[in-house]
Write a protein that binds this ligand. Structure first.
Ligand SMILES: C[S@@+](CC[C@H](N)C(=O)[O-])C[C@H]1O[C@@H](n2cnc3c(N)ncnc32)[C@H](O)[C@@H]1O
Length: 338
């Protein structure tokens, strides 16, 4: 049964607060205007109402924002460009709102089709949250890493070792990387550790190819339009990925791990990892994933929501917390101390 108007308004409201809290006043304000429009039965409700299979976890609000952003990036709604910072606009949400609403009417067929697409992000900042976990495994195992990512999207966090990280405890990674992760750490993990990635592979039920124009556009459209630092990290990571392609199989996570994990690989430390992925997986698949990991006895690193923060866990251990996009990493453990 389709969600009620009040339910959809609640999802938009949750996302509006999230965007505002995570440094996107432009999307926070546009979504607040969208809620009022929806409750009045305006074009927002025409687009979002009556959809089967939606839930609080299906990211409907972000899918709406990504649909319009995609048209802005394609210059298909030129009236919005002067206000969208991602194309040089001023970020004035009050001025943008009536034009946004008009676009929902004028481009309703296109937007309706685009809103059907899943929320397909690949958040490069999450590499900063995962970095300390990979370094911790390398430190404990003293072996090269074999990293397997489930829900990898375009695989941009599978090449975390090609990026540069700066923190108050020093830096890590490639000095001249086009991806410079600075100001990500409130309490950084130990940085004075070496790690070598011997093998990397991922899976996703809907993998994106960073070398394809269409897929890169999908990723760019899903970035909040006033967050230029995230866009610049994404563009840098796409550049790295194009020089260093990584295999992302179109495969369900449980099937992937049931195939990859049973054969022992004592010469490497195998790390299964994921970020902002579990909410899309049903209970049966969750059990299969956990069973495959437990049976193989491999390292299991993940960054997942525990609202209002996100937790970074290695096996059963809480390593630290961060915000949704990998910022404000606050490390809890320090195995360098006696
Ligand atoms: C919110 S995105 C996060 C992508 C990436 N991990 C990141 O942090 O940027 C969730 C991803 O999980 C993928 N996904 C959802 N269910 C899946 C499943 N059962 N097996 C593999 N991938 C799945 C989606 O296609 C999507 O790319």
């Amino acid at each position: 049964m389709p969600a009620t108007r009040d339910e959809v308004a609640g999802w938009l409201s949750f996302q509006a607060r999230g965007c505002a809290a995570l440094g996107s006043p432009f999307y926070g304000s546009l979504l607040e205007s969208a809620i009022a429009d929806l409750l009045a039965g305006g074009p927002v409700w025409d687009i979002l109402g009556g959809r089967e299979g939606e839930s609080e976890w299906s990211a409907l609000a972000l899918r709406l924002m990504a649909a319009v952003h995609r048209l802005v990036l394609l210059d298909e709604v030129p009236a919005l460009a002067p206000h969208y910072p991602s194309v040089g606009g001023d970020g004035d949400a009050d001025a943008a709102w009536p034009l946004f609403r008009a676009a929902l009417v004028d481009e309703s067929d296109k937007i309706d089709r685009l809103v059907r697409l899943p929320c397909q992000t690949n958040e490069v900042g999450r590499s900063a949250a995962l970095l300390g976990g990979f370094l911790e495994v390398a430190h404990r195992a003293q072996l090269p890493l074999r990293i397997l990512e489930v829900g990898a999207s375009a695989g941009l966090n599978l090449i975390w070792d090609q990026y540069r990280y700066e923190s108050s405890r020093g830096g890590w990674g490639q000095d001249d990387s086009p991806v410079q992760l600075v100001n990500m750490f409130d309490v950084p993990p130990p940085m004075n550790r070496a790690a070598e990635v011997a093998e990397r592979k991922g899976c996703d039920t809907n993998p994106l190819d960073p070398s394809s124009y269409e897929d890169a556009l999908t990723l760019r459209a899903s970035i909040w339009a006033d967050q230029l630092h995230r866009l610049s990290l994404l563009d840098g990571a796409i550049e790295v990925a194009r020089q260093m392609p990584v295999e992302i199989e179109r495969l369900d996570a449980a099937e992937f791990l049931e195939r990859e994990l049973p054969r022992p690989r004592p010469e490497v430390a195998t790390v299964v990892f994921h970020s902002v992925f579990m909410q899309y997986v049903d209970a049966d698949s969750r059990n299969r994933i956990q069973t495959a990991i437990d049976r193989a006895g491999v390292f299991y690193l993940r960054m997942e929501p525990a609202y209002p923060l996100f937790e970074i866990r290695l096996n059963d251990e809480l390593l630290g917390t961060c915000h949704a996009h990998g910022t404000h990493v606050r490390w809890n453990v320090d195995s360098t101390r006696p």
